[in-house]
Design a protein around this ligand. Structure first.
Ligand SMILES: [Zn+2]
Length: 481
């Protein structure tokens, strides 16, 4: 995600029982598959079915499966608001509005909705799911969309379908990661899977989606789009009756820019293509057949999904261009190389920020220099530190904290973005430019489609230089900036 407030500175800168079956081939890799069919009514309701063939790639025998129900964060009475308090008025453009995700039936095991904030669907398997086996679960659900310029909701100019289906929780060292929605940051952590998605909408809607369009058909005033996307850790869609779209091929990838109101659309498509090309050359091949950059109503600057980025229609000029580059960098650092961004948000946000710096450093026509971006981040961080030092005795500037450990967006932006940017620049200084780039290439190739621990990232740099002390001083809040 990218925050508008910081952007300004940067621009100056578990029913039945699960049959457990043998592995089935899925295009060469044994990973979980989702077969999703959803219908949108053109207003506030999405009705869907998710057939999930769960491949146990853990080293543990599993008795139950757990799915995140992110859509429940938008229900009335939710424990955490999905929108920061300072952004409520901007996000809820028509006043308070609520949504929610209701599970209507599950085939595959006894089920219940649980978790700290009704955010988890638990499916208890009848038999144990051993490593390298599969269990199949079908979940029928209804998603009510709030009227909100948020990741999931009916925005003012489009319909945002991020987190629109129950998704299998990632499995960590201590079991399922049952994270709750946070008003600060992006709490979404999931393993890669292969997707087929059938989307039915009223025929006057245009759809932007994470996946490649396999075909479409029309019937009874509706259009059904069929998509496919492999090795993706999520799937998102944005719908609008107002979309215009332009496209271009770059390095074998079809890049689309969907917009509703943009007199400088070509410049957005151009920087999307330039940044994809630069990141491919710098880090490694872009992993998906298409990339859709989508202008939509969103209370923050932008939001990343595999193969799709939402860009707020509140962004314009250099801020919009910067946001596109930052979100495109997340295709490498979040989509392909995953990390636990609830616990280690600096990992992908810091890399996305530093990747944007590298792009602008190497693409001088935009007038954003390395020195300028580092200067803006330093200035913003020092201002944060000064304010928090006055407010709190012994201000904690440690970076290793969960999203719920930040006091709000201001602190989050300065720790996970600004301070992380400065940390990666210090690492670059220690490694030298060539080795720094080589380390990023190694990180991408070693952890592509995996969830990388922070130690894995650090090790890539520490091959070239003694970086442990730098990481320690930044992450543990000892460095003076
Ligand atoms: Zn981001």
């Amino acid at each position: 995600m990218k925050k508008i407030s910081y952007l300004v500175a940067a621009a100056l800168v578990c029913a039945a029982v699960a049959p457990i079956c043998a592995c089935t081939p899925d295009e060469g890799r044994n990973i979980t598959t989702y077969d999703i069919a959803v219908q949108y009514d053109g207003q506030n309701t999405l009705t869907g079915s998710v057939k999930c063939s769960v491949y146990n790639d853990t080293e543990n025998a599993l008795d139950c499966l757990k799915f995140n129900l992110w859509g429940n964060a938008f229900r009335e009475g939710a424990f955490n608001s999905p929108v920061p308090s300072a952004m409520q008025a901007q996000a809820y453009y028509g006043g308070a509005s609520y949504g929610g995700m209701s599970i209507t039936a599950v085939e595959g095991g006894q089920w219940q909705v649980c978790g700290e904030d009704e955010n988890i669907l638990e499916v208890a398997l009848e038999g144990t799911l051993y490593p390298d086996e599969r269990a199949e679960v079908t979940i029928n659900y209804e998603l009510t969309l709030a009227n909100v310029n948020g990741r999931t909701g009916v925005a003012e100019s489009a319909v945002n379908l991020g987190n629109f289906y129950p998704i299998l929780c990632a499995y960590g060292q201590s079991g399922w990661l049952e994270y709750t929605y946070c008003p600060t940051g992006d709490p979404f952590v999931s393993a890669v899977a292969n997707y087929t998605v059938s989307l039915t909408v009223p025929e006057d809607f245009t759809a932007a989606a994470s996946g490649q369009l396999d075909g479409s058909s029309s019937s009874g005033g509706t259009t059904t789009f069929n998509y496919r996307l492999n090795s993706a850790r999520d799937f998102a869609i944005v719908l609008s009756r107002e979309f215009e779209v332009i496209s271009r091929e770059e390095s074998g990838t079809n890049i689309y820019y969907y917009y509703t109101d943009d007199g400088e659309a070509e410049s957005k498509l151009t920087i999307a293509a330039q940044s994809l090309k630069y990141f491919e050359e710098a880090f490694g091949e872009y992993p998906y057949p298409t990339l859709s950059v989508v202008q939509t109503g969103f209370y923050q600057g932008g939001m990343e999904y595999p193969g799709l980025t939402m860009i707020s229609d509140d962004c314009d000029g250099q801020t919009a261009l910067y946001t596109i580059v930052h979100e495109n960098a997340h295709q490498w650092w979040y989509a392909a190389v995953g990390n636990d961004n609830y616990a280690h948000s600096w990992q992908d946000e810091g890399l996305a920020e530093y990747s944007a710096l590298m792009f602008f450093e190497n693409t001088p026509e935009y007038g954003l220099t390395k020195a300028g971006l580092l200067g803006s981040a330093t200035k913003a961080y020092r201002a944060y530190f000064s304010v928090y030092s006055q407010l709190f005795e012994g201000v904690d500037t440690g970076m290793e904290r969960t999203l719920s450990g930040f006091s709000g967006d201001y602190e989050y932006a300065n720790i996970a973005y600004n301070k992380a940017l400065l940390m990666f620049d210090a690492i670059r200084g220690a490694c030298g430019d060539g080795h720094f780039l080589a380390a990023l290439k190694s990180y991408y190739s070693e952890y592509k489609f995996a969830i990388a621990p922070p130690e894995g990232l650090m090790a890539c740099f520490c091959r070239y230089a003694d970086c442990e002390g730098i990481f320690d001083s930044f992450l543990n809040g000892k460095v003076i900036i």
